[in-house]
Each structure stands twice: as C-alpha cells, then as structure tokens.
Write a protein of this length. Structure first.
Length: 151
C-alpha cells in the first residue's frame, strides 16, 4: 500500500505525512515542479516533465497506481481512473470516491462546468478550513484500515 498525492495544489500534504508515518506507508508526491519535502526515506517527490499537456501528473499517477494504493487528489477524473485500477481515491476535503459514487461525482463536475461556462456560477468552492482537515484525517485513517482488512 502506497499513498500517491496529486501534489501541485494539495493543502493536506502534512496530514498525509503524519498518517503515513503512523502506519509505516510510503508516500509519493507527484508534481509538475520541484518543491521541498521532508527528508524522510519513505517520502518521494516525482517531478513530471512538462510536455505541454495539462494532465501529465495525473497520467503518471494513473499509470503507477495499483490495487490497495490510495490517491489523494481533487481531480475527479483522476479519481475515476484510479478506481478502475482498484485503488482508493480521496479528495483533500475528506470525500472518498467509490465505484458507486464516482458516476454522480463526474456528472456533478460536468454540470458545474456547464453552469460556470454559462455564467450562472461565478464563485469557487468554500475556503478550506479546520473541519476539512479533520474530515480528511479521519477518512484517510478509515481507508487505510479498510485496505488492511481487505475491503
């Protein structure tokens, strides 16, 4: 079991480190650019080369992830791709995507994109806060235990 983090704009990297250390898990952060990470042997930074394509980091994660791995990303399409490879997917606000819920999430994403394009929605998501961090920590812990139990 490994945790992959779509790291460019992930607000919960320190939370991932804390939980991964407790469970003895490897963490791979995937980014389009270099940034400082803790100097720990179980934390790896994978900088993907810019090729002009938008989803290079997502493609790298989707190619590497396997059954029982956990992916942390706000990208619903990446989450869907990871679920197809029997991985678990979780967003930084603590929403776990499952094979049963991903279809609705993809449809909602598409609807919101259409509404934004039409000018009906002009704001973004609510600010990221303490409740989101707490929910993320709880859900990540639950997912790790589910994987360990074979669920």
């Amino acid at each position: 079991m490994r945790i992959y983090v779509d790291a460019d704009s992930c607000p919960v990297k320190s939370e991932v480190y804390k939980v991964a250390k407790r469970y003895g898990l490897q963490v791979t952060l995937v980014s389009a650019s270099w940034f400082r990470v803790p100097n720990e042997p179980w934390i790896h930074l994978e900088v993907v080369k810019e090729t002009g394509e938008l989803d290079v980091a997502d493609d790298w994660i989707a190619d590497q992830v396997g059954a029982g791995d956990i992916v942390v990303s706000e990208d619903i399409i990446l989450a869907s791709r990871c679920l197809e490879r029997d991985a678990k997917a979780l967003n930084p606000r603590g929403r776990a995507y499952t094979p049963d819920s991903i279809g609705e999430a993809l449809a909602t994403r598409e609807l919101m994109a259409d509404l934004r394009e039409a000018g009906s929605i002009t704001g973004g998501p609510a600010p990221f806060g303490k409740v989101d961090r707490s929910r993320f920590l709880q859900r990540l812990d639950e997912i790790i235990n589910d994987v360990k139990r074979g669920r």
